[in-house]
Design a protein. Sequence first.
Length: 293
Amino acid sequence: MADIIKHGISTDGGIRIYAADSTQLVAHARRMHQTYPIATAAMGRLLTAAAMMGSMFKGENDSVTLQIRGDGPLGGVVAVGNASAEVKGYVHNYDVVLPDKVPGKLNVGGAVGAGTLSVICDLGLKEPYVGQVELVSGEIAEDLTAYYAISEQIPSAIALGVLVDTDGSVIKAGGFMLQLMPGFSGEDAEKLEKIVASLPSITTMLSSGMSPEDIIFAATDGFDMMVYNEEIEPKYVCDCTRDRVERALISMGETELRDLIDEQGKAELTCHFCDRIYRFNKMELEGLLKTAK
């Protein structure tokens, strides 16, 4: 069954909500990076958020980069998403093992630790917009909620989850992002907050057979909602190419390239996002050196 993102809005325009089933996407990322369960959960949550945030954009070249830097053993997590909900990402340390936070709940917050969340939105302007907040818990959903409240002044309720099996495989993954628009009443906000707080976990809802559309209506129970017919399929896509890697080597400059040729006589570069390895022999490096000159 394909992954899906659905988008809903209240009839008065006061609520907008995105909900996603990202199970296949996160499972693919886990297999690609060979992550242990905690790293799978952290990376999967951030990839899911990047897919939903990317799908909010209008321009086909718009993109968002989410960077978590923490002092925990995970080191950091990165996810990039675009307007087509194509995402890519990685964790700094894939093999972290910690005791569960509570029985059956992976300790993602402990693995991330204290640090910062950076949100970089590239909307095709001269400079990308960069927002940064201190991590609230390292659990990612709470940190993104804080980002929207502090940097964009948008009250939000965000849920992200990845359910990992005993063999490390991904059983379910998904999330929702609910946001209140200007003018939404405080009384209704309190009502909505109670509804969201009473919901089961996102992976419990998905495991029970609920679709993203079902989750939208559950999270906004009692409010008049409309769900767009458009269905977006989030996918893991890495756009690295040998040409891009060559340009990166050329950008090192003549001196560093010459040192690389003299000292090693070859180069081997690995893409963080897909683990593809690009190899260059001495003759190829000398060709790039001519270009750098």
